[in-house]
Design a protein around this ligand. Sequence first.
Ligand SMILES: [Mn+2]
Length: 314
Amino acid sequence: MQIELREAAAKLKSAQKIIVTAHINPDGDAIGSSLALVQILKLMHKDVRIFIDDVLPPNFMILPFVDNIERPNDNDRLTADLLIILDTQTDRIGRVFNMVEAPILNIDHHVTNTGANVDYLYLDPNAAATCEIIFNISKYLDVELTMNIARCLYTGLATDTGFFNYANTKSSTMRAAAALIDAGVKPNEIAEQMERKSLADFKGLVETLKTMQLFYDGKVVGIFVNEEIAKSVDSTEGFIDLIRVIDGVDVAFLLTCKSENLCRVSMRSKTVDVSKIARSLGGGGHIRAAGCSIKTSFEEAKQIIVDAIGEAIN
Ligand SMILES: [Mn+2]
C-alpha cells in the first residue's frame, strides 16, 4: 500500500523495535540514508539495528555510526515492529529479507519500485536521493539534525546527484543540502572522501578506459571490466561518469564481470530512458541512471546489452 510521508513518519513513531536495511552493492545514498535514519531513530529512543548484506566500500567508512552496520548471519531469525527498507525494493536486500519477520515500510525514490512484498511504500521518484526523503521525513519527527546526521544525508545527496550535476538535482535538493551545510557539513571534506581511490582501483580505471567501444554511430559508448580487471579492483564507482561526457554520446554503459556467469550493467543517459532498458532485463533505476544483472557469460552479456540499448535508441 502506497502511503504519504506523514503516514510513514507515524509508522516510525509508533514502532519501538526497528530494523533498517538498504540494498546490496551499497552506495552513498543507501549507506547515508540508513545511517542517518538510525541516528534519528536513536534520538527518538527507539531500539534499532541496521543490517546491510554486503561489504561496504572503503570511502564510506568515515561516516558516523558506520561501525553499527551488521551483516546478517544465515541462522539468525529476528522479529521487530518494523523493517525499513531504504533506496531499493525487497529483491535487493540479500539475506535480510528472510532473516527478519516484521511489517515492512519501504522508503525509496526509484521510479521502477513496484512495492512488491511490502506492507507500506513511500515512493517519491522526484526526490534526488533517499537521503532527500529522510531529510524531509525528519521534519515530522521533532528531531534536530545533528552534524553527524547531516553528514550522512549530505553524502547520499551528493553521490546520487553526481555532486549536484545530474538532472535529478532540483531546487529542493539544493535547499536540503544548504540546510545540511548549516548543520555543520563541510562539502569539500565529503567530496574529498567520496572521490578518493586506491591506487589499484585507479589502475583498474586506466585499464577499463582502454576497453572503450562506440556503437550506433557514436550514440552509445561502453567500457568493460573483464574478469582480469574485476579481480584487480575493489570498486568501479565513478568509472561510467568519465565516458558519459563524450560528444554525441547519449547512452553510456559499464559492463562488469561479477563471476563466470554473472555480469552487472550500469547505464547513464542524456535523453534515453535507461530505466526502461534496465527493467526489460530484470533491473531498475532512474530515467537517466539505471542498472541490471545479466546471468550469462561476459561476451553474451555484451551482445544482450548492446542490442537492448540499440532497440531503445532507434
Ligand atoms: Mn538512491
